[in-house]
Design a protein around this ligand. Structure first.
Ligand code: GLA
Length: 752
């Protein structure tokens, strides 16, 4: 019936059914979402930002404002569609819509595009109604003539100001239609120039490289077409704008200065984020399912929901943007939200033994790991099927009898007796052609009938979208966790999709491309079901290093493996990039052997520890080769780490000196949420020409409190006071006494 009403009547009806509408729009209520029934403007207000959009006279939903908080009484009139520049540049093409359909006079990137069975492809969405339910707003829009509805959903985390947006497309026509493009949301930035884009890209062993560049006319496409998140681009962006007090003329926004709009997609399949600067220099960021090779048929009554695209705002630089996102991830995303457990100190066998695992070898490593204070022992690849190398075994999830004649129990018991819990490596979505599973079910893999099945790392992908495959994967994992006392799974994923066909569908072959969505949904549902059935089990997302890190998988996994590159110096820039988007709470880091396999670089045990202590600390070295002195240093630093890990993992991170761009120095600081403790890590690549280490200025302390400094490793210049105010450490600063090559020092500051 709503479609027969005029706009004002829609709004009046919505007002009548939505309790929140009864509130004066700009009341002092704690409610973050408000609607003004007179102006038709929605307003989201949090302590750090205001986001406003409204319904214009054409019934289109249009962004009005996104930035620092506005006063409650500030006028926000009904948005007016942009004025056409000329007959050649119509207003529909340049107006900043919240969710743009492909149809009408629209040439900018659409969020949604639909193909109807009669060949019609025009879609124009108009406001119908809305509902505010606490911190969630649902706006229903509908095509101007067809029964196609798109719900736009907004959720707000009032504490951090992070807004989640996605859409649900519903086919209420009588015929099947096909969605050819479905984004979650478009974020429109305030009109202006001088914006810079930051994004993360990389490859195996070189993830999390930060690029920062000026946004010019045209489109920058960040994406994965690989079926999963990928190492090449991460689905995160930040856009910064110059501030008059910015310190650097070429890149005026720094860690603590300037406005930042940032966001990330919660999706672990193929994805795309377009950053578009249009012909009037407005910036639109549109993200969601990657339209490449995408087609999602909807029968009458069916829906498609898009992943959530989260975004936030900071008026104090990209450092604060990261801290906002870290807090949001810890309190709103992680499976143990809002207070996830601290990450235990772990040992992982991969670099020590690779696939040559057996009881005596693992037991010997476990004994040594326990001696230095490790809390969790994880056996990596090699324990199952006929696994000797990466040519065989994936898919056959029974214990290899030659390596473990009495099963896993003796090793797990041994690990428990050493007062550690036990973790195990699995790679559930994969199969080697040389496996019993593949010989029995060659049809279970992604493939296109009659075409080659390309292998990556000698393995094929199981098609998790199939019901039987989903059941197999869930059941074997459930059995492992039921039969054994296991605290942790390292869930690995070591190749990307190729030939992503789903021959089983047969007559339903128009659903072939839904595999991109259904696969990931089943992945999430397996993880969710396992967690419900085995609530004590924690899970790591690993994908040849950091190939599957996103806000989607982080809803089901407690930590991630940022990179296979464990060189402690390379790791500094990898970790630095990682923290722009993701919290140190999930950032596992291992101390491995020296020289490191990645670069043949030699570093001290202490340097390696200090590099890894900036996240969830682990040891992945071959402890059989360590000297007594190595064990002693490790034991001391692990004990020291346990006194600061809450601050490192869950406190506020300040990137004081960046390790990028060939810098010889880098420093990070973490401050506990109560400001009672801070930890400083400093690293020196190489001293030159007798220059001293740069003075370090702490941030985020309570200026009035007295903090005592204690070295965890290394020394400060002799004249450094033992105790001084937060103001002193932040304004006067301190001088680490670091000289030489690949040296590091770390200091703890505690309120007296
Ligand atoms: C991937 C992971 C490594 C290790 C190996 C095992 O490369 O990233 O950490 O688990 O697989 O095969």
């Amino acid at each position: 019936m709503l479609k027969h009403l005029g706009l004002r009547q829609h709004l009046a009806l919505a007002a009548a059914i939505t309790t929140a509408l009864a509130l004066p729009v700009l009341s002092a209520s704690a409610q973050a979402i408000h609607f003004d029934a007179t102006t038709h403007v929605f307003r989201i207000d949090t302590p750090g930002e205001t986001y406003a959009f409204g319904v214009n006279a054409q019934s289109e939903i249009q962004t009005i404002y996104w930035g620092s908080p506005l006063a409650a009484a500030d006028p926000l009139p009904t948005p007016a569609a942009y004025r056409s520049l000329s007959g050649m540049e119509e207003s529909t093409n340049i107006t900043p819509y919240e969710y743009r359909a492909w149809g009408g006079l629209n040439f900018t990137e659409p969020a949604v595009k639909i193909n109807f069975p009669d060949g019609n492809r025009d879609l124009v969405l108009h406001y119908v109604s809305h509902k505010i339910d606490g911190d969630r707003l649902t706006i229903t829009t509908k095509d101007i003539s067809r029964e196609v509805f798109v719900d736009l959903i907004y959720t707000v985390d009032p504490a951090t100001g992070v807004i989640g947006r996605n859409s649900i497309i519903t086919n209420k026509t009588k015929e099947k239609l096909t969605i050819e493009q479905a984004a979650s949301a478009t974020w429109n930035l305030p009109h202006g120039t001088d914006y810079q884009l930051s994004y993360l890209s990389g490859r195996w062993a070189a993830e999390w490289q930060l690029t920062q560049e000026q946004i010019k006319d045209g489109t920058t496409v960040l994406e994965s077409r690989r079926g999963s998140t990928g190492q090449q681009n991460n689905p995160w962006f930040a856009i910064t704008r110059a501030n008059s007090s910015g310190p650097h003329p070429e890149f005026p926004t720094n860690e603590e200065v300037g406005q930042v709009w940032f966001g990330a997609l919660a999706w672990s399949g193929s994805w795309r984020i377009n950053v578009e600067r249009n012909q009037v220099h407005d910036i639109h960021v549109t993200g969601g399912y990657n339209p490449f090779d995408f087609a999602y048929p909807l029968a009458p009554g069916q829906k498609l929901e898009t992943p959530v695209f989260y975004a936030g705002y900071s008026s104090h630089g990209i450092g604060e943007a990261s801290r906002i996102f870290h807090r949001f991830e810890i309190s709103q995303i992680l499976p143990q939200k809002p207070t996830p457990k601290l990450r235990p100190v772990i040992y992982n066998s991969w670099e020590a033994t690779e696939m040559a695992v057996d009881y005596p070898g693992q037991a010997a490593l476990a004994e040594k790991a326990a001696r230095i204070g490790v809390e969790r022992f994880i056996m990596d690849d090699g324990w199952f099927g006929q696994r000797k190398d990466d040519h065989a075994g994936l898919g056959d999830w029974y214990v290899n009898q030659k390596k473990f004649p009495n099963g896993l129990k003796p090793l797990i018991d041994k690990v428990h007796a050493l007062n550690m819990d036990f973790g195990l490596w699995v790679e559930p979505e994969m199969v080697n052609p040389n496996s019993d599973l593949y010989r029995a079910h060659p049809d279970w893999v992604l493939n296109m009938t009659g075409r080659p099945r390309s292998e990556g790392r000698n393995q094929l992908m199981l098609n998790l979208a199939r019901k039987d495959v989903r059941a197999y994967v869930f059941n074997f994992l459930d059995k492992i966790l039921t039969d054994n006392d296991i605290a942790f799974l390292k869930w690995d994923y070591n190749r990307q999709w190729s030939e992503p066909g789903w021959p089983e569908l047969g007559p339903d072959s128009d659903k072939q491309k839904t595999v991109y969505v259904e696969y990931i949904r089943n992945l999430y549902s397996i993880l969710a079901e396992l967690r419900t059935k085995h609530p004590k089990v924690e899970i790591q997302s690993c994908s040849s290093g950091g190939g599957r890190v996103d806000l989607g998988i982080l809803g089901y996994t407690d930590e991630v493996w940022p990179s296979d590159n464990t060189d402690p110096f390379d790791r500094l820039s990898i970790q630095d990039g990682f923290t722009y988007a993701y919290t140190p709470q999930v950032m596992t880091a291992w101390v491995t052997d020296s020289p490191n396999w990645a670069n043949d670089r030699s570093t001290s045990v202490a340097y390696r520890f200090l590099s890894s202590m900036q996240g969830g600390l682990g040891v992945g070295a071959n402890l059989n080769k360590w000297t007594d002195a190595d064990f002693a240093t490790a034991k001391d630093l692990i004990a020291a780490y346990k006194t600061i890990r809450q601050t490192v993992q869950q406190g506020s991170l300040y990137r004081l000196i960046n390790p990028r761009n060939g810098s010889d120095h880098s420093a990070t600081e973490s401050v506990s949420t109560d400001l009672h403790q801070a930890v400083l890590f400093t690293f020196l690549k190489s001293s030159t020409q007798r220059y001293p280490y740069p003075r370090v200025y702490l941030k985020g302390l309570d200026p009035a409190k007295q903090y005592k400094v204690t070295p965890m490793y290394g020394t400060l210049k002799k004249d450094t006071p033992e105790t001084a105010s937060g103001a002193y450490w932040m304004n006067h600063g301190l001088d680490p006494d670091l000289t030489g090559d690949f040296k590091a020092a770390a200091f703890k500051f505690e309120v007296r």
